[in-house]
Ligand binder design. Structure first.
Ligand SMILES: Nc1ncnc2c1ncn2[C@@H]1O[C@H](COP(=O)(O)OP(=O)(O)O)[C@@H](O)[C@H]1O
Ligand SMILES: [Mg+2]
Length: 164
């Protein structure tokens, strides 16, 4: 699989990271998989909080560090969010092995530390790469979205969807 479309955003604050995540959440369809890459503290969980918001999920999203995955249900029939932390996984993520109480065809799956472990999960994959600035006192992050699969490529290409 090759990346078909990429977009890059300068994200100055945690609030704007949630806004970007929310725009991605609003663009999601059931079965989508989002793979988050970035060092500890980069903003992966913050981005995921935005995705939950965009999906219309009210429940608080925190890092699932002490469990591999957590399911956040949509209260009124929208997509559920499956939030995975793959940090401790030694081999490719197999969602079936997690015994999740979720219908994966209608859920959106977000995988922190998913690079190299989660790409096989869906033909409509969104790679989210979060880079911190080199300056200690600069909170800005650079976020690169890279779509694989025609579904996400079309959605990434929609300029109206993105915060500016
Ligand atoms: N531009 C920014 N984008 C995302 N998070 C930011 C930003 N600036 C500051 N932060 C803070 O950095 C921390 C990121 O933590 P978190 O999202 O848990 O990272 P990760 O899940 O990648 O380890 C949060 O405390 C957040 O408030
Ligand atoms: Mg995290």
């Amino acid at each position: 699989m090759t990346a078909l479309t990429t977009r890059r955003f300068a994200v100055p604050t945690a609030a704007s990271m949630r806004e970007l995540g929310s725009a991605v959440g609003r663009a999601c369809s059931g079965g989508d998989v989002i793979v988050l890459t970035g060092e500890l503290g980069a903003g992966k969980t913050t981005f995921t909080q935005g995705v939950a918001q965009g999906l219309g999920i009210d429940e608080a999203v925190t890092s699932p560090t002490f469990v591999i995955a957590r399911v956040h249900r949509h209260a009124s029939g929208g997509h559920d969010l499956v939030h995975v932390d793959a940090y401790r996984l030694g081999s490719a993520l197999e969602l079936d092995d997690l015994d999740l109480e979720a219908d994966l065809d209608t859920s959106v799956v977000v995988v922190e530390w998913g690079g190299g472990l989660a790409e096989h999960l869906s033909p409509t994959l969104l790679d989210v790469d979060i880079d911190r600035s080199d300056h200690e006192d600069d909170e800005e992050r650079t976020v690169t979205l890279a779509a694989r699969g025609t579904g996400w490529s079309a959605r990434l290409g929609d300029d109206a969807a993105w915060p500016t």
